[in-house]
Design a protein around this ligand. Structure first.
Ligand SMILES: *Cc1c(COP(=O)(O)O)cnc(C)c1O
Length: 424
């Protein structure tokens, strides 16, 4: 077994054997597999197993893996060098695409990861308002910067360390954590901290805690409240940007945030992040303004070329309609099989994202998400993996579908998931 050998070697030199914690499979048991190639909807493991992939590199691979158009774009850029440390033409085209598709973004700055994007957006909100406090929501994950790693979702949740060691209590004090979908908690936080809240950051559809939808009117309420208080509203669309619509959740819900963070899909599989929004706020960034933010590899030509190709493949809205049909197919197969088996579950789905909570409670915040039976999820996960379907190795992560899943692949995956559910 090559994966197990690699993992043994990795564990000696890399903490936990992995470069990002959720990859270690701690919450589902067993050892992770290593991947040597990925094409379309399929991963090929180091052990020569073929797996139908619903992790899609945690969201970026909306066109499937190694899409020929994206690969060609990277290859063409590669011919001219990998990094210049000066402005390059791709950055301009990327900024034009992002600002066209996401109208709330008047100006945009590229960086290298979603974590950098949210960290920088928070600094900018503080620099713009001259205030220190920020509000985030329990279960929302915004990367691993100090101010935001408090009651976070994703790996931080799975591993049971919602508050990381190494974050000074004095930093954490500047972050107010509220339950999602709770208007009274928001009103109370603003009353208790008059003229002190620089920004509110949220995943408008929290999806690092499974998949939660905002209650009717909640996002509008948040928009009005933040506007009233001169607080910067930051939509973290690192995951949802270009995943559900070209304009993200803000387009679907018709809400205009002040700042937006992006990542994942806009890098076409290469490391990228971006943050942008109102020009008057963005112009507070260096060199125009006093808020410092920088990056040696920011706007990297290979990453820009990959991202531009990925975004252009989404230009036609038909791609989203196709993806949504695949999402609906999976939802009905999984929910139907669970109901037939008599297992209490929630299977929220929107577009090409879904998740499975093993609970009889409707999930609307972190507390209700945590009623999911994580042990049952782990059995479901392992059953699917044994049969060739790779789901995210955590009860609190969303599954992603790509355009490459269309056709026989999605049919086969639904059949496997349905069969596994019968054995639970
Ligand atoms: C993935 C993610 C991040 C962090 O992005 P990285 O590129 O992993 O640093 C931030 N916010 C959300 C909503 C994400 O899903």
């Amino acid at each position: 077994m090559i994966s197990s050998d690699l993992f043994e070697r990795a564990k000696k030199l890399i903490p936990g054997g992995v470069n990002s914690p959720v990859r270690a499979f701690r919450s589902v048991g067993g050892a992770p597999f290593f991947v040597k190639a990925a094409h379309g909807a399929t991963l090929t493991t180091a052990d020569d197993r073929e797996l139908i992939d619903f992790v899609c590199t945690w969201g970026p691979a909306i066109h499937g893996h190694n899409h020929p158009v994206i690969r060609d774009a990277i290859a063409a850029a590669l011919n001219n060098g990998t990094s210049f440390g000066t402005p390059n033409p791709y950055e301009v085209e990327m900024a034009e695409l992002i600002t066209t598709y996401v109208p709330s973004i008047e100006k945009v700055r590229m960086c290298n990861s979603g974590t950098e994007a949210t960290m920088s957006a928070i600094r900018l909100a503080r620099g713009f308002t001259g205030r220190d406090k920020i509000i985030k929501f329990a279960g929302c994950y915004h990367g691993h910067s100090d101010s935001l790693l408090i009651k976070a979702g994703s790996g931080a949740l799975t591993h049971g360390h919602p508050d990381s060691a190494g974050v000074p209590a004095s930093f954490a004090q500047e972050t107010i954590v509220l339950p999602f979908n709770d208007r009274d908690a928001l009103t109370a936080a603003f009353s208790a901290n008059p003229d002190a809240i620089a920004g509110v950051i949220l995943e408008p559809y929290p999806a690092n805690v499974g998949l939660i939808r905002p209650d009717e009117g909640y996002l509008r309420f948040l928009r009005e409240l933040t506007a009233q208080h001169g607080t910067v509203l930051i939509f973290d669309e690192v995951m949802t940007g270009f995943r559900l619509a070209k304009g993200g959740v803000q387009e679907i819900e018709a809400i205009t945030p002040d700042l937006t963070t992006l990542g994942k899909i806009i890098g076409g599989g290469l490391p990228v992040g971006a943050f942008g929004g109102r020009a008057d706020i963005m112009d507070r960034l260096a060199p125009e303004g006093p808020v410092y933010q920088a990056g040696t590899l920011s706007g990297n030509p290979l990453a820009m070329a990959a991202g531009i190709a990925a975004l252009k493949l989404l230009a036609d809205d038909e791609a989203y309609a196709r993806l949504a049909r695949l999402g609906a197919q999976v939802q009905s197969a999984v929910a139907g099989a669970l109901a037939a088996k008599g297992i209490a579950a929630q299977v929220p789905q929107t577009g090409s994202m879904w998740c499975t909570y093993f609970t009889d409670q409707p999930v609307r915040d972190l507390t209700t998400a945590q009623t999911t039976d994580a042990e049952l999820f782990a059995r479901y996960f392992r059953g699917c993996l044994d049969q060739g379907v790779y789901l995210p190795p955590s009860a609190y992560e969303a599954c992603f579908i790509s355009t490459a899943h269309e056709g026989a692949v999605i049919d086969k995956a639904c059949e496997i998931m349905t069969d596994v559910i019968k054995t639970l």
